[in-house]
Design a protein around this ligand. Structure first.
Ligand SMILES: Cc1cc2nc3c(=O)[nH]c(=O)nc-3n(C[C@H](O)[C@H](O)[C@H](O)COP(=O)(O)O)c2cc1C
Length: 211
């Protein structure tokens, strides 16, 4: 699958079959995904992979306790056999930018010096790579938020406190019965609403004058 086709056809999957995904394939997908650009080549994105029934169940026990499940709109999301949590390490960026070739940026001082936290930018690039290679491999995937559960999940799986989880990528074979989210129904915006060539022009300024 070429990149343009992958970009045009990838959609989030919210219902999975319980069929397992080979560990070697997951490793291959993660290995491809991490070949992303990163600020200062810090390569500060890591992955917590949960790929056994018990590990996946432990994750859901924290983030979606039994009592909340009947009202959960995507019950077949819980069948995804693999959950991959992209982890980013802000301290790795501060450390990298305190090296000699980056010291002039001042970004080696502290996390607070970063106007744009590049650890999240880099992590987003890795996640998109993961979604695309997963799609190319004929699998489905959903990136979704951890919200208030981030630290509880990370603590449970022994992730050090300096790491942040961007969210979770559920990976598996897509069920033929998909239910789209409300967000997913939204159409792509017209390009002219997003593309500002030369200067930022409000949409109403682009209308031809009324004669
Ligand atoms: C940063 C981010 C957070 C998201 N969080 C959720 C989420 O918590 N739950 C969910 O079902 N989908 C989540 N999504 C998926 C979006 O709803 C989805 O990408 C969007 O509706 C477009 O659909 P598509 O990816 O299928 O084209 C998230 C996507 C991104 C990029």
């Amino acid at each position: 699958m070429d990149i343009s086709t992958a970009l045009r056809t990838r959609r989030m999957t919210r219902a999975f079959l319980a069929d397992p995904v080979a560990a070697e394939l997951v490793d291959e997908l993660v290995d491809l995904a991490r070949k992303a650009p990163s600020a200062g080549n810090t390569q500060g994105t890591e992955f917590l992979v949960l790929d056994t029934v018990d590990l996946v169940a432990a994750y859901w026990a924290i983030t979606l306790p039994e009592a909340s499940r009947t009202a959960f709109p995507w019950p077949d999301l819980l069948h995804a056999p693999v959950l991959c949590l992209p982890l980013v390490d802000p301290a790795a960026y501060v450390s990298r930018y305190s090296e000699q070739d980056k010291a002039r940026t001042g970004l080696g001082e502290s996390e607070a010096s970063w106007a744009v936290p590049y650890w999240f930018v880099d992590g987003g690039m890795v996640v998109q790579n993961l979604l695309l290679v997963t799609h190319e491999a004929g699998l489905g995937a959903l990136f979704f938020g951890l919200f208030d559960n981030e630290r509880a999940v990370l603590d449970h799986f022994g992730v050090p406190t300096n790491l942040r989880a961007l969210g979770t990528v559920a990976i598996g074979y897509a069920s033929p019965q998909q239910r789209a989210s409300k967000s997913q129904h939204r159409q792509h915006k017209p390009l002219e609403q997003l593309l500002h060539r030369g200067a930022y022009a409000e949409r109403h300024q682009r209308q031809p004058p009324i004669s």
